[in-house]
Design a protein around this ligand. Structure first.
Ligand code: ADE
Ligand code: ZN
Length: 326
């Protein structure tokens, strides 16, 4: 069996994918036309050609511009339905989707419009492919604590449909501690908590996410390597890291995949998973992230199977739900 087929056949969970980051330019243009929304580029080809990023912010500027094409409940359904089709082809049996409600409510799209469309696609994926899923509401860290609390207020009537909260957007200058009270309230409400940390930001942000926000997983976390004590702690506590190798190269965290620290972190005993982050922008869905990383870092099939197993173990499903996959 070739490597690609081997990877696709591994049952896996995707734990770090921004649903807005799965918006392929073709669908972006179709939705923009349907909704009469102007996009910054004239064509699908011009849009793809612009996906040449120098850092996280240069990507986020385009990502937020593209998200403007999403207006109606059906748009959010179409977006997530397209993701689930690709995820199914990649052997994803469970997906925990990040969504950024503030990106949409700021433009006048109702919180319920976003949630209803995504949730309908989750139900549809369960029925069509047997994929289970969860929704994780991400707060945009470049916005204020007060804006985060206002978003939580909008989410309150729907908490049964939201499984956890996350923290994303521009990392530098927006430390996790800025959201200490918001995350404390979310945890009190019984929500799971995760946060992006140590993608572009320093290792201290990972420590803060763990100690101040009390998150259960770290999204990215690759800069932990600059702090030996932190690496040792992450290994000892088996804190899952949701690593996104192709994203890290596209956003210049590492110059080339061959230089990624995934293998070193794995050998240090960390509980690592492989994910796609924003696959429409970064050149590959989850299986391509596994395959390209395996080729670049000479990961064995046994190591890839361990990584897929880590993703199932690190997911927020119950042990009973998880059992048939392990
Ligand atoms: N939002 C979407 N993708 C992101 C990433 N890689 N880092 C921070 N925020 C994001
Ligand atoms: Zn991310």
């Amino acid at each position: 069996m070739d490597l690609d087929a081997y990877v696709r056949a591994l049952p896996k969970a995707e734990l770090h994918v921004h649903i807005e980051g799965t918006l392929e330019p073709e669908l972006m243009f179709a939705l923009a036309r349907r909704n009469g929304v102007a996009l910054p580029y004239a064509s699908v080809e011009e849009t793809r050609a612009a996906y040449d990023f120098s850092d996280l912010q240069s990507f986020l500027d385009l990502y937020y511009a593209g998200a403007a094409a999403l207006v109606d409940e059906q748009d959010f359904f179409d977006l997530a339905a397209a993701y689930f089709e690709r995820a199914h082809a990649d052997g994803v049996v469970h997906a925990e989707l990040f969504f950024d409600p503030q990106t949409h409510t700021e433009r006048g799209v109702a919180f319920e419009t976003v949630l209803d469309g995504l949730e309908r696609a989750c139900r549809d994926a369960r029925a069509r492919f047997g994929i289970s899923s969860r929704l994780i509401l991400c707060f945009l860290r470049h916005l204020s604590e007060a804006e985060g609390f206002a978003t939580l207020e909008q989410a309150m009537p729907h908490l049964a449909r939201i499984h956890g909260v996350g923290l994303d957007s521009s990392e530098r200058g927006h430390p996790p501690a800025k959201f200490e009270r918001l995350f404390a309230r979310c945890r009190e409400l019984g929500l799971h908590a995760v946060a992006h940390a140590g993608e572009e930001g320093p290792p201290a942000y990972i420590v803060e996410a763990l100690d101040v926000l009390q998150v259960e997983r770290i999204d990215h976390g690759v800069r932990c390597e600059e702090d030996a004590a932190l690496v040792e702690r992450l290994a000892r506590e088996q804190v899952p890291l949701t690593v996104c190798p192709l994203s890290n190269v596209k956003l210049c965290v590492f110059e080339r995949l061959e230089q990624h620290n995934f293998r070193r972190l794995m050998e240090a005993g960390l509980k690592l998973t492989i994910n796609s982050d924003d696959p429409a922008y970064f050149g590959g869905y989850v299986a391509k992230n596994y395959v390209d990383t395996a080729r670049a870092l000479e990961l064995t099939r046994a190591e890839l199977a361990r990584i897929a197993r880590n993703s199932l173990e690190a997911s927020f499903v119950s042990d009973a739900e998880r059992a048939p996959w392990l």
